[in-house]
Write a protein that binds this ligand. Sequence first.
Ligand code: MG
Ligand code: MG
Length: 627
Amino acid sequence: MTNPAFKTSIATVSISGTLEAKLQAIAAAGYDGAEIFENDLLSTHLSAREIAAMMGDLGLVCTMFQPFRDLDGLPEPQRARAFDRLERKFDVMQELGTDLLLVCSSCSPIADGNRERTIADLTEAAERAAARGLRLGYEALAWGRHVHDHREAWGIVRDADHPALGLVLDSFHSLSRKIPSSSIGDIRADKLFIVQVADAPVLDMDYLGWSRHFRSMPGQGDFPLDDWAAAIRKIGYQGYWSLEIFNDRFRAGSASGVALDGYRALRLLEGGIARPSASATSLPPRVKTSGVEFIEFAASHEEAENLAAMLRPLGFRPTARHRSKDVTRWTQGLENPVNIVINCEPEGLAHSFDVVHGASVCALGLAVDDVPGALARAGFLRVPRFTQALAPDEWPIPSVRGVGGSLIYFVDAATRAAMWAHEFPHRLEDPVPGPRLAIDHVAQTMQYEEFLSWLLFYVALFDVGKTPQLDIADPMGLIQSQAVENADRSVRFTLNGSLAAQSLTSRFIQNYFGAGVQHIAFATDDIVAVADAAHAQGLPRLAIPRNYFDDLEARWGLEPDLIEAMAARDILYDRDGEAEYLQFYSRAFARRVFFEVVERRGYAGYGAVNAPIRLAAQARHKPDFPD
Ligand code: MG
Ligand code: MG
């Protein structure tokens, strides 16, 4: 692999911990440099020289010192004081070993908005910086009092025309104000001193609060960052791409985790730009998937029996046993079946997973066209590869670490039939005919703090898109929900992050001792038949109150027969235009995992409107399955 073309940097404000811990995490994640945020300097016992020495030891360049606020347009005596303050910062910069200072557009209520004054003040500041071999980068804050648009800031920098004065472009300030990225074409690359990168969800709120609390890593929000970054590339910019993320969740998270997320996000951004002309770099493309090939549960023998009691009514049978391990393949359907693997091995990852989490999903196998390419992409994003000793003759299925320490296997789509035949040669029961199922979606739950991290994991590694974020009411709190889906929707994951310690989603996480798969949804084109067969064979179903169905009738004007058919089977309903969604849930297995069956009649969502009904029903059933 060639060296990545982006020079990477991150502002120390983006992550949690002491300055030393931040710098170590930044270096370990692989960045080339870091911006030192003034507050981090003020709150450490290290001197600026010691920080410089530490960064040198860690191989990090100090890319910038920031911020310097309210310089231009001040009356005297405030103006003289601001310039004195500037000289003090120059002293610090020289000790830190950086030559670049970020100067924000003024927010001072006493600043004069006169453009000539601004140019004159910035020119004088640049002259003083140049005398000490330093440079200033001028940034238009979205909430700047007079200058709040990079086009205006660029005009000022251009007209000041001082070699020590350049521009700082920050994606948040430009994209929150919807400034067209085409305007970047007017900026001269040699005058663009640094680029700061942040994504954010589109929110209708004040710019300052939005920026301070909701910035996120590229790929986690809604900004059109690919176009923005492509416009910067196009003018020939060769400098640092520096993350500047203010986010309460990241400050509550682990420094190394957030630093690594950021590194992945920059690589993702680089990949997005590189895509149109792949020759620019040799980035491995995003991993294309063609389906969920299997879902693997880790379970003790006793737990496996409880799980079997839920799988049989859905038409699954244990059809084969692993060649050498205590692992059973359950299938549903005669051709191209749905595969569930139950791993009762007394050693290895599945066993340790079962010990830590209890019976639960420990791995997902995804069918991919290009396994070596998938591994290359994962390596590029620093996703840890998982290796376990292979028995002689064992079929190698490479895997990486996914949500909550579970695994994602890359199954070669072309040879999967051979893989099953080789690994599971011992036939057990015959599959049974009946309503056919397919895997529709896999729902994963996590703490709110981890939510963005997992979202980024999926969008960076896989060729998937994301749906808009939804907030779902839980009887005891709020849940943030978002789905990632591949193009043909053969792979769909829903991610659910709980904001409240007492929400039912949180309870699932607590029962899990970590993030993981909360439910598996199967698709059918005859939900009534599946519900009846499952009921006849004893699948414990989640009971839905009659009030729900009365409301449905009133809301949608459905035929009474259909309402009765759904009420009798606890089938929930949603509609989007002409598209309809029918869904029912099983009770929970081992208080952690449950099954859903859906019938999509052209419907693309996940029945979010019914989630509060489901959550309330589950709250009534606690404790669910005795285990
Ligand atoms: Mg900035
Ligand atoms: Mg679902």
